[in-house]
Ligand binder design. Sequence first.
Ligand SMILES: Nc1ncnc2c1ncn2[C@@H]1O[C@H](COP(=O)(O)OP(=O)(O)OP(=O)(O)O)[C@@H](O)[C@H]1O
Ligand SMILES: [Mg+2]
Length: 255
Amino acid sequence: MSSKTNTGTPLIDMRDICISFGGVHAVDHVSVDLYPGEVVGLLGHNGAGKSTLIKILSGAYKMDSGEIYVNGERADIRSPRDARRYNIETIYQTLALADNLDAASNLFLGRELTSPLGLVDDDAMESEARKIMARLNPNFQKFKDPVSALSGGQRQSVAIARAVYFNAQILIMDEPTAALGPHETQMVSELITQLKAEGIGIFLISHDIHDVMELCDRASVMKNGKLVGTVDVADVTDDDLLSMIILGKQPGKAA
Ligand SMILES: Nc1ncnc2c1ncn2[C@@H]1O[C@H](COP(=O)(O)OP(=O)(O)OP(=O)(O)O)[C@@H](O)[C@H]1O
Ligand SMILES: [Mg+2]
């Protein structure tokens, strides 16, 4: 299923994943994978099973059956803490930021840097925050403001910087640009380009075909809990993706 350009060991290989809630097969024998420096879009209508699949990877749900491999090794992910141990980080839509604190304090929330005397070391945290932002989003300047004063894209940068600072290799982003205007969306796409260059792999859930065409290398489409197929984005048109989403039809194949 992997792209013609992907070789070697995938960062993530989810095989034959199943989970049901009551009688509903929310995810029904789905396999997806993700390579270093790659963005894989997860597409599908409301209720297709995208978030549920990704919650299995982030440790929020436990699958009924299937296997997950991280860097080629069988992984046992039963909690968000387990996922983190495998360097899998999730950027939730709510971003989980503390609004009244500045970027550096959010970067180190719950993991504050301290001086040799055990005091919170604000200068060290700001200096680290400046370093990682210079790498990920050089235009970011608002280090002194509470994050409530930041734009949606800037807030997104802080949440992503936090994940990357703590060694995320695999990022899961659920609708990162849904609430953003065009300029902000552009900022997030530049950020994603930078993450790719660093070899990080990203699962990107999106309803926006244009975002997927612009940002993703491959797209995996789900419908009614099943995988319709995975395609190289360069090989398909917007309409191909739409017909996969709506009709559950693979490009070039009869429905
Ligand atoms: N905790 C749960 N309990 C019961 N049913 C659930 C639960 N989580 C998901 N489902 C069901 O699983 C199916 C897939 O839902 P999921 O949220 O994964 O879809 P989605 O593709 O993320 O949709 P959306 O685009 O609306 O976010 C739906 O039928 C949903 O009602
Ligand atoms: Mg969802």
